[in-house]
Write a protein that binds this ligand. Structure first.
Ligand SMILES: *Cc1c(COP(=O)(O)O)cnc(C)c1O
Length: 455
């Protein structure tokens, strides 16, 4: 066996040249997405008014197992990829565990997250189609930043609807996006019909991702040569994020590292879906695979307490319906700091894999526990993690501590999806002991379920 370096960096040549479409290998395909008006499965034509044509095709593609990554996207990826697979020796030592802990670090670009992997792909296809602008929503701001970077690179206009609550908590995020040339608007806003309607009904709302999506879609369909793009949940996004898992497996295989456990945080499911992609492919082909754990916030417990049902992807009910784990499109989670995990639904691919038992476990954790793990990680490994990523850290720490009790030398890989340099208010709240945990009651959740569309 080769001696294992502290950080495993693949060379440019070793970087994958194709994305992996796990849907082509799934035993049960997820249910089709439905047109919100007719409730019939969408066809390409239904999607091309909202999405770029090539991305709409990817959304409906369940035939091609591998899809070539266009050269211009590979060129962009080379600016920050391959990303390292890092052995967390110092954390292991701190935990005094026989477990081997690795993390795949996706935070070393200016967006501070994995989101850039899909943003650059989506901007590329828009440019290629001759579009001039894109609209999107952003919660925590990582997606908006990533897309701003991608749009600046390809010369596209960008309008970002940013959840009001996040703009207030993370003003510098907005400034970064503006630096890259984006137009950032707090959501809900009075610039759209759906925004005005939501403001009429809930004047004090601090906004939600679902609501910002409605506004961004409305603006896209009413603006010339403009389409809407989404940073998570969709099959196309999981496809682009498969590069995380493909790289992870190439790096691990190179040093005979065989993970027993693979852990990722799950908001809409894209970094988790990306991280597990290559190993899930093995599992679907009947090979041995790691135990997969998706970690979500206790305040927005989509997989652990949600329903598997058709639902709208947004609050304003303008988007197609997807069969997914959901808390109901009207569910507005409490204002926890992991903004990227405050989404009512979950990727249809992840939902189906979970329903069928291919994802072994979903786990909900409280934010104070996550921040404790985040601080421990920062102090031992040096990187200040995103609040979202801290959910994966918390689960990795717990698994490593179980190994300490049992004496098992398990190998754990978790996804460090991003950094938290814009989340200092959250860290301050934790450090000063003021952070609280929120958990919806069963009654809260029932309200969300009661509003599910009858399909
Ligand atoms: C957006 C985001 C997430 C959550 O989104 P997924 O689609 O579930 O990956 C997690 N971590 C970071 C750093 C993010 O920016």
């Amino acid at each position: 066996m080769n001696e294992i370096p502290y950080k495993i960096y693949l060379s440019e040549e070793e970087m994958p040249k194709q994305w992996y479409n796990v849907r082509a290998d799934m035993k049960t395909d997820h249910q089709p997405i439905l047109h919100p008006g007719t409730l019939q499965p969408v066809v390409l034509d239904d999607l091309t008014g909202i999405f770029c044509t090539e991305l709409a095709k990817q959304e409906l593609n369940r035939e091609d197992r591998f899809i070539d990554i266009p050269g211009e996207i590979l060129d962009f990826y080379r600016m920050y990829r391959p990303s390292p697979l890092v052995r967390a020796y110092c954390l292991e030592k701190e935990l005094d565990t026989p477990a081997k802990i690795y993390y795949k670090f996706e935070g070393s670009n200016t967006s501070g997250s994995h989101k850039l992997n899909s943003a650059v792909a989506q901007a590329y296809y828009a440019k290629k189609q001759g579009l001039t602008g894109l609209t999107t929503e952003t919660g925590a701001g990582q997606w908006g930043t990533a897309l701003s970077m991608a749009c600046a690179y390809f010369g596209l206009d960008l309008k970002v609807y940013m959840v009001k609550n996040s703009i207030e908590k993370k003003p510098y995020r907005k400034m970064v996006m503006e630096t890259y040339g984006a137009n950032v608007c707090p959501s809900p806003s009075n610039t759209t019909e759906v925004g005005r309607k939501i403001l009429d009904e809930f004047p004090d709302t601090t906004g939600s991702l679902g609501c910002a999506i409605s506004e961004a879609v409305e603006t896209a369909v009413t603006t010339e040569k403009t389409r809407y793009v989404l940073g998570s949940v969709l099959d196309q996004v999981l496809l682009h994020q498969s590069i995380i898992g493909l790289e992870t497996k190439i790096a691990a295989d190179k040093y005979d590292i065989i993970p027993d456990i693979l852990i990722g945080c799950a908001g809409g499911g894209s970094n988790f879906g990306g991280l597990i992609s290559a190993y899930m492919g093995d599992k679907l082909h009947g090979k041995k695979a790691p135990y997969f754990i998706a970690v979500e916030p206790a305040s927005c417990p989509t997989l652990t307490r949600g329903r598997y049902a058709y639902d709208f992807c947004d609050t304003g009910k303008v988007t197609p319906l997807a069969k997914m784990y959901t808390l109901g499109s009207g569910f507005i989670p409490s204002g926890i700091h992991a903004g990227g995990l405050r989404y009512h639904g979950m990727s249809p691919i992840i939902s189906q894999l979970y329903e069928d038992g291919y994802i072994d476990e979903a786990r909900a954790v409280k934010q104070t526990e996550c921040f404790a793990a985040a601080v421990q990680f920062a102090r031992t490994e040096g990187i200040l993690p995103a609040p979202e990523s801290s959910h994966a850290i918390k689960a990795a720490v717990d698994e490593a501590l179980k190994c300490k009790l049992s004496g098992e030398q398990k190998t754990i890989i978790f996804g460090l999806s991003g950094t938290g340099y814009f989340d200092m208010l959250a860290y301050q709240e934790y450090n000063s002991g003021k952070m609280q945990d929120y958990m919806p009651t069963d009654e809260d959740l029932e309200k969300g379920f009661a509003a599910l569309p009858k399909v």
